[in-house]
Design a protein around this ligand. Structure first.
Ligand code: NAD
Length: 301
């Protein structure tokens, strides 16, 4: 019921496109306005989050969603030395919300466990807490028949999508544990971790995402006694820079993937805002170890 109320609020709220890549931000007047409008258990007031892969795509969308729900600080961790145009636009939009929230950017490679642990510890120390981790950093790797993959190609994908994902969750969970915060960790898996995408030979990506789904279950079981929840989110195909690159290499992917969805289209990043907010917030307090699928019906066939 609360979920439906939240969706109704979002629908009533004017949503504006702020960039061609699909980065959107609800033009809510202020964080306090959100509270007055009754975000209730969905509110993230004063929470602190890290989002890996937060420079663009679904990571940046997550950062916007967490900010719109009232987060005090969302730290976007990504590879480039300086954040991109999308991120700068998003930061300004968050500032315009008028609340206390802010977006921060930290250059980070999720494959570097020691540095990541230190970075996240420093963030938590500075903010005095760590509540939310969205681990979105990921790569698709090259597409080729399974009989042709080399060891290097497998390792490249696994280093980011499996090890990097784990290091991110581990770094956040250590700080949630240190500050005794009932935190929420969201691992970006994919429907490609549960099914094979039609005519899309990407074995390393498929197997890495299957590992992420199991990683969330294992961590959820081990961390439940600390009140830390861990879930995986499995989107269908969403229009982001990652999929744009796939369409440049092979334009027919758009039709192949669209036709697999009952809705006969791809998803937009902002269509994951609700589920990300729900998973991050107290509204999902009984949800852990789950794999949440949001795919326009792709896997329902
Ligand atoms: N777009 C989709 O259709 C889709 C569907 C399901 C799941 N996902 C998953 O969602 C996540 C985000 O995907 P996206 O479409 O936004 O991709 P994207 O390529 O647009 O963004 C991924 C981000 O991760 C960052 N990144 C890559 N390697 C990194 C590293 N070593 N350290 C730190 N950051 C690193 C990139 O710089 C980039 O900013 C990925 O894990 C992806 O597998 C995407």
């Amino acid at each position: 019921m609360a979920h439906l109320i939240f969706l109704a609020i979002l629908r009533r709220t004017q949503i504006s496109t702020i960039h061609k890549n699909g980065v959107r931000l609800a033009t809510l007047h202020s964080t306090s306005a959100i509270q007055k409008e009754g975000l209730g258990d969905f509110a993230l007031t004063d929470r602190v989050a890290i989002v890996t892969g937060g420079n663009r795509g679904l990571g940046l969308e997550a950062a916007l969603a967490l900010s719109a729900a009232g987060s005090r600080a969302v730290y976007c961790l990504d590879l480039p030395e300086k954040p991109g145009e999308d991120w700068n636009i998003a930061r300004l939009s968050v500032a315009k919300l008028g609340g206390a929230g802010r977006l921060e950017y930290v250059t980070t490679d999720v494959r570097d466990q020691k540095r990541l642990l230190k970075t996240v510890e420093e963030i938590a120390t500075k903010e005095g807490r760590m509540d939310i981790c969205v681990a979105a950093a990921g790569i698709s790797g090259v597409a080729r028949p399974c009989l042709e993959y080399t060891e290097e190609e497998l390792e490249e994908v696994y280093a980011v999508n499996i090890k990097g994902m784990f290091f991110s969750a581990q770094a956040a969970a250590r700080q949630m544990s240190r500050f005794q915060i009932p935190g929420s960790i969201i691992l970006l898996a994919s429907i490609a971790g549960s099914v094979v995408l039609k005519h899309t030979p990407i074995l390393p990506y498929n197997t890495s995402k299957a590992a992420v789904i199991q990683m969330a279950r294992v961590m959820a079981c081990e961390l439940a006694h600390k009140n830390i929840r861990v879930n995986s989110l499995s989107p269908g195909v969403i229009e982001t820079p990652m999929t744009a690159a796939a369409f440049s290499a092979k334009p027919e992917f758009r039709a192949i993937w669209s036709e697999q969805s009952f809705m006969n289209r791809l998803g937009k990043p902002h269509e994951l805002r609700g589920i990300m907010t729900w998973l991050a917030s107290d509204a999902s307090s009984f949800c852990t170890g789950s794999n949440i699928v949001v795919d326009g019906g792709y896997t329902a066939w």
